[in-house]
Design a protein around this ligand. Structure first.
Ligand code: URA
Length: 238
């Protein structure tokens, strides 16, 4: 895609448009080995080799990040009062236009994908795509075989909304069991509301995978890292 040189460089998030324009005008930007002093000249960042102040520009049209979201942080781009997942990104990962592709509740932890690629997010969130999401959940009461079967058949929420069948598997029994649940849709507070219909309260919830993309266990809560193209594709595989 052809773009103005100043916009193309500034889109990578490391410097402002005015700083970029100044560097271009002062002859510090080369395209395919030739100095370009025109901020409005158009180039394709995927094709051209651009250097800025002597350093090669690692151009990426879109970025994709995986975060291990901590509790207490909002899954939105900006909020005037509460810290957001975008606020947690280190400066080198920050970029204009980043947003979480899919929401977790404020108290839910685990896997969140952040991107500036609207099409990617749309494909992942489109209700008809049925991308699977796996969660680990701690409950305030025992899980019965009847609960597992009810999830298998499809829970109807208290407001009458029918849910698609969900796989519920016990990981740790007892009065405060730990379970794994896989859902293929993303309604508001869906898991908490599904368990609510069975008289069970969720005391802890963590998303561990989206499609075949698993949360990297090396990421501590609040940490994030770039995703490879192969990992991005895994998020759509079931
Ligand atoms: N279901 C919920 O209830 N909360 C989440 O954050 C995600 C799924």
């Amino acid at each position: 895609m052809l773009q103005r040189l100043d916009k193309l460089i500034a889109s990578q998030g490391t410097m402002s448009r005015s700083e970029t324009t100044r560097l271009i005008r002062s002859g510090q930007v080369t395209v395919d080995g030739v100095v370009c002093r025109d901020p409005a000249a158009k180039y394709d960042g995927d094709v051209c080799c651009i250097t800025v102040a002597g350093k090669p520009l690692d151009y990426q049209q879109f970025v994709y990040l995986m975060m291990n979201k901590p509790a207490g942080v909002l899954c939105v781009s900006r909020d005037p009062r509460v810290e957001t997942v975008v606020d947690l990104l280190p400066p080198e990962q920050k970029r204009k236009g980043l947003f979480p592709a899919g929401r977790l509740d404020k108290d839910t932890v685990g896997l969140v994908i952040l991107t500036d690629d609207g099409d990617f997010a749309h494909r992942m969130l489109a209700p008809k795509k049925h991308v699977s999401k796996c969660y680990h959940v701690r409950l305030d009461g025992p899980i019965t075989q009847a609960d597992i079967e009810a999830f298998q058949s499809g829970i109807t929420l208290a407001d009458g909304t029918p849910c698609r069948p969900a796989e519920l598997r016990l990981l740790e029994g007892g009065d405060e069991p730990l379970a794994e649940i896989i859902i293929t849709e993303g309604r508001y507070h869906q898991i908490k509301r599904m368990f609510g219909t069975r008289g069970l309260g969720v005391t802890w919830l963590k998303r561990v995978s989206i499609g075949r993309l698993q949360l990297d266990p090396r990421l501590a809560e609040g940490e994030s890292r770039w995703l490879t193209p192969d990992e991005c594709a895994q998020a759509f595989l079931s």
